[in-house]
Design a protein around this ligand. Structure first.
Ligand code: AMP
Length: 210
């Protein structure tokens, strides 16, 4: 868990490599279905591009379907789900049905000015999803993905006014979801400020990994 732009995706990819379990990013799944012109993509585009949350019923179906796939049987890293108290309940039900425990809930935190700076400079590769930053993670040639050679793009929801809206929704809804886990005593907050490897080391220590 954590606000938009705090580094959840970047860190989840590093953890996936260490743990050998899939990284399930609901944002990535929604964007892929929008790009494919799938029916889910058509239903969610307005919410995603406007920085609003996709309704819980759609998200519940999406996550239940994804976590049922065979690659998730040995565990998974969720990134960007749950984001509301309703989604916490949905995840409880999906895990109970699958007989799987929730091992850890990590919340990455960073000040809002840092988040706005990171998101407004973020650029992504529309082909492979690689994430760059205008200041801190520049591609070898400006505006071009190192791996694919295609032009980088700014996510429509990374426009400054949409970022502010997403942060407001985070404060109102996702912090309440985090509070449910805090009350259960399973939430650990991890400082998301610093370079990628520093934050990764903090997360691993939060997970009890060497
Ligand atoms: P992300 O890539 O995690 O920042 O997600 C991008 C956008 O996808 C969000 O701003 C929402 O519009 C939508 N989204 C992703 N995950 C969820 C979720 N768990 N619940 C509702 N909407 C979501």
């Amino acid at each position: 868990m954590g606000p938009p732009g705090v580094g959840k995706g970047t860190q989840a990819i590093l953890l996936r490599e260490r743990l050998g379990v899939p990284h399930v990013s609901t944002g990535d799944i929604l964007r892929a279905s929008m790009q494919a012109g799938a029916s889910l993509g058509k239903q969610v585009r307005g919410f995603v591009e406007g920085g609003q949350l996709v309704p819980d019923d759609l998200m519940g179906d999406l996550i239940a379907e994804r976590l049922q796939r065979s690659d998730a049987r040995g565990g998974f890293i969720l990134d960007g789900f749950p984001r509301t108290v309703g989604q916490v309940r949905t995840l409880d039900e999906v895990l109970a049905r699958a007989g799987m425990p929730l091992d850890h809930v990590l919340m990455l935190v960073a000040p809002e000015e840092e988040i706005i700076r990171r998101l407004s400079g973020r650029r992504t590769c529309p082909q492979c999803g690689a994430v760059y930053h205008l200041e801190s993670r520049r591609p070898e040639s400006a505006g071009i993905c190192d791996a694919c050679g295609v032009a980088l793009a700014q996510r429509p929801d990374d426009a400054e006014e949409v970022i502010r809206k997403r942060l407001g929704i985070y404060r109102a809804q996702t912090m309440a979801a985090g509070q449910v886990y805090r009350e259960r005593g399973v939430l650990r907050e991890v400082d998301g400020v610093g370079d990628v490897q520093q934050v990764a080391a903090r997360l691993r220590s939060g997970l009890g990994m060497a």
